[in-house]
Write a protein that binds this ligand. Structure first.
Ligand SMILES: *Cc1c(COP(=O)(O)O)cnc(C)c1O
Length: 425
């Protein structure tokens, strides 16, 4: 038996579908966000990152770095055990208190990642409810889908943000049956927002529980960074609010918040929580410092919203196909996996601009895109450079502009405004 062949075949399959992933080897430069050193083919060059999920640059905030350094200096690196066996370090206990407070919930539980928090949270909650039916938005993140799958309970998928469809599914289930609606607040590939209030209303009407993923909203929305549920005053209408410490909070880890009994039950039953080493004190301290900063400072949030709007306006004004988005996320439609990869490669090689291509299965086929995440430190000048680099790339590769014309057709009347590429090819 040639075992290796099966792995090679699996990789060939990914190549054939034009979705083989290549990682950029980066070294971020603390204090100079969004700049980073990129290493490829034996050379190192400085580039601008336009696709980071360290949305507010909190991963480089002096208070956050100091918190991490000091905790590591005082308590060492690892937690030294699972939560149950010596790993429950004091900074982690403080972090959970901070998170419960952030979402105005009685209790919080921290996991090693947002992925694990969804997988363990959703599966455990649904498994503990008798004969539970899960209602899941069709665009939910992979970690939520894994949670639904692992629970082993019956599931029904509702069309994205479609209240009528959700209601029809709720209606067809027995009113007395346990039901869990799982959805996100900000959908990060399109940048749209769920109708949270209406979903909570339906949950009340049909006697369902609600579980929301606020991963792409915590730190960034609400007066204290409590997410869209805080901004809209809806936190107390949602049973479980889940979030990450790895995106706007700039560190690592995930969490759920909710009632005391629910959190205690997940703590007591979820293998993904119990049988793994606790988050290290340095990371917990850094996360708490980041949350505390964003609770009292709105400077970062406001600058991010402003620069995201400037980016949308500049790119759309130049005729680039910016997809509609209600948030800080700026998706740019390419619509073809090979072109999407080629555009990303060209931006990096010739313009020193890094935007990872987003292809199937992360987004549906035919909607391949560049997903741009402007932050408070993407200056107007960097935005101008981005626009010019994108125009050159769209034109050169023949990618359709917003008006449907391909770059080749549009080339003659657009080429004038373009920057001269740094190198040939
Ligand atoms: C990134 C992401 C997660 C996972 O969070 P991590 O902390 O990176 O594991 C969960 N949900 C959504 C919607 C995400 O985009």
């Amino acid at each position: 038996m040639n075992y290796q062949r099966f792995f090679e075949d699996a990789i060939s399959q990914v190549h054939a579908e034009k979705r083989y992933r290549v990682f950029a080897n980066l070294e971020r430069i603390a204090g100079r966000f969004p700049r980073a050193v990129w290493r490829a083919n034996g050379t190192a060059s400085e580039i601008t990152v336009w696709c980071s999920n360290d949305y507010l640059c909190m991963g480089q905030h002096p208070d956050v770095i100091t918190a991490m350094q000091q905790a590591a200096g005082r308590m060492g690196t690892g937690a030294g055990g699972t939560r149950n066996i010596s790993g429950t370090n004091h900074p982690l206990v403080e972090l959970e208190i901070e998170l419960a407070e952030l979402h105005n919930k009685p209790s919080a539980l921290v996991f090693t990642s947002g992925f694990v928090s969804n997988e363990a949270g959703i599966s455990t909650i649904a498994r503990l409810l008798p004969n539970c039916l899960i209602l899941s938005d069709e665009l939910n993140h992979s970690s939520m889908i894994e949670g639904v799958r692992r629970s082993g309970v019956e599931k029904k998928i509702f069309r994205h943000n479609d209240l009528e469809h959700l209601e029809s599914l709720l209606k067809s289930a027995d009113k007395e049956r346990a039901k869990l609606i799982v959805f996100e607040s900000v959908y990060s590939m399109d940048g749209d927002i769920a109708p949270i209030k209406e979903i909570a209303d339906l949950a009340d009407r049909y006697n369902a529980m609600t579980y929301i993923d606020e991963v792409h909203a915590v730190g960034m929305y609400g007066a204290h960074g409590g997410g869209i549920t805080e901004r809209e005053g809806l936190a107390d209408r949602i049973d479980v609010i889940e979030g990450t410490l790895a995106k706007a909070f700039g560190t690592l880890g995930g969490y759920i918040t909710g009632s005391r009994a629910l959190i205690d039950a997940v703590r007591s039953y979820a293998p993904g929580f119990i049988f793994t080493t606790a988050l290290p004190p340095a990371i917990a301290s850094a996360a708490t410092a980041s949350i505390r900063h964003l609770k009292k400072s709105s400077v970062e949030r406001e600058a991010q919203q402003k620069q995201a709007q400037v980016t949308k306006d500049e790119l759309a004004g130049a005729g680039l196909p910016v997809m509609p988005s209600d948030t800080h996320i700026v998706p740019l439609l390419v619509g073809d996996p090979e072109l999407c990869k080629a555009a990303s490669d060209r931006l990096l090689d010739m313009h020193g601009i890094y935007i990872q291509p987003i292809n199937y299965p992360t987004v549906p086929r035919g909607t391949e895109r560049l997903r741009i995440t402007p932050g408070p430190y993407h200056t107007d000048q960097l935005i101008d450079e981005l626009r010019d680099a994108l125009l050159e790339t769209w034109t050169e590769l023949g990618i359709p502009f917003a008006d449907g014309r391909s770059g080749e057709v549009a080339k003659s009347d657009r080429i004038i405004s373009l920057v001269v590429p740094k190198s040939g090819g």
